[in-house]
Write a protein that binds this ligand. Structure first.
Ligand SMILES: Nc1nc2c(c(=O)[nH]1)N[C@H]1C(S)=C(S)[C@@H](COP(=O)(O)O)O[C@H]1N2
Ligand SMILES: [Mo]
Length: 311
């Protein structure tokens, strides 16, 4: 059983109509408009707030799209917004391969079913000590993986980002911040957890390029770097896959990367965080929560594990 209890967050506001209208444009932009059906059916997709959404106030959209990490476009927080605009995100396809009965290369519009799109407002916590609250639009990763029919031998899921130096200046220069492609991984049970999302939008619109267009992973109980952007390959594998930040610095970044206020990064505390959009550098830091506040939902995945060792 994956979820012991429903989260204790009260259902609050209904998605505003303007968001719903923009959402129809997102679906049309993904080539999903035709599948959407009558307006009444579309409205029902977004009328109810997900039981997984936090009721915390979302970080202003202006901050969500301006303060990013996306090293393919440079190492600065404003580089992605400044430089990712010219990335070509359509057409886009995603290969699902490895230990599956039905390996296939999917066009994005075939991979993401409009009927499964949900808005999920998640707390996000970056390993660097800042956090945001982001209204994502996505589908559970589990439902996408199910279509490829993972084999019993599959134990992990490996993810790979786009390599396209012509459009990604961070991959083109002499000085490379990371080895490419950017890669990430989850244990299969983490990948199948209902909180784990493949996002195609935020704030009711298609993902801006700097946030990982057209498709990125969202794992809200882990540090932000697990949320690999601009995914082109998803592989079911037997052995624990390599992950970019762990390869770059294994002492500082582990495979699991669960948000944990009790396990400090070797160079800074993880006990507190700065919420982006709240009064800048002088705003009071807030305490970081175990599993980023999702302990009730995910702690069971790690029962009996030494989280100081498996960080
Ligand atoms: N391909 C790729 N994905 C990536 C990164 C990256 O550099 N390249 N940065 C990660 C980090 S460190 C964070 S904090 C989040 C930031 O996501 P956001 O910019 O949408 O907030 O993306 C993650 N996904
Ligand atoms: Mo991050």
């Amino acid at each position: 059983m994956l979820i012991a209890h429903p989260p204790k967050v009260p259902a609050s506001d209904i998605t505003p109509r303007s968001t719903y209208l923009r959402r129809r444009e997102v679906l049309a932009g993904l080539g999903l408009g035709a599948l959407l059906g009558p307006a009444a059916a579309a409205a029902s997709l977004v009328g109810a707030k997900s039981r997984f959404s936090t009721d915390e106030r979302p970080t202003p959209r202006a901050d969500v799209v301006a303060y990013n990490n996306f090293y393919e476009f440079g190492g600065g927080k404003s580089d992605p917004a400044a430089r990712a605009g010219s990335l070509t995100t359509s057409p886009w396809s995603v290969e699902i391969d490895g230990l599956v009965a039905k390996p296939a290369k999917y066009a994005l519009e075939d991979l993401i079913r409009s009927s499964e799109l949900e808005e999920r407002i998640y707390r996000m916590r970056c390993v660097e000590g800042w956090s945001m609250v982001i209204p994502w639009l996505g589908v559970p990763l589990a439902s996408v993986l199910a279509r490829a029919e993972p084999l019993g031998s599959a134990k992990y899921v490996a993810f790979e980002s786009l390599v396209r130096p012509e459009e990604m200046p961070g991959q083109a220069g002499f000085l490379q911040l990371l080895p490419w492609p950017y890669v990430e991984g989850l244990r299969l049970d983490e990948a199948l957890h209902p909180l784990t999302l493949l996002a195609v939008g935020l704030y009711g619109e298609a993902l801006p390029n700097q946030n990982g267009a057209p498709l990125r992973l969202v794992v809200p109980w882990k540090y932000g770097f697990k949320g690999i952007k601009s995914i082109v390959r998803i592989s079911l594998v037997e052995a624990q896959p390599k992950t970019s930040w762990n390869v770059q610095n294994p002492r500082e970044y582990g495979f699991f990367s669960n948000v944990n206020p009790k396990v400090d990064h070797p160079r800074w505390t993880q006990a507190t965080e700065r919420r982006i959009g709240e009064g800048g550098l002088f705003a009071k830091r807030r305490p970081t929560l175990m599993f980023n506040g999702y302990a009730q939902e995910v702690a069971g995945l790690y029962a009996g594990m030494d989280l100081g060792r498996y960080f």
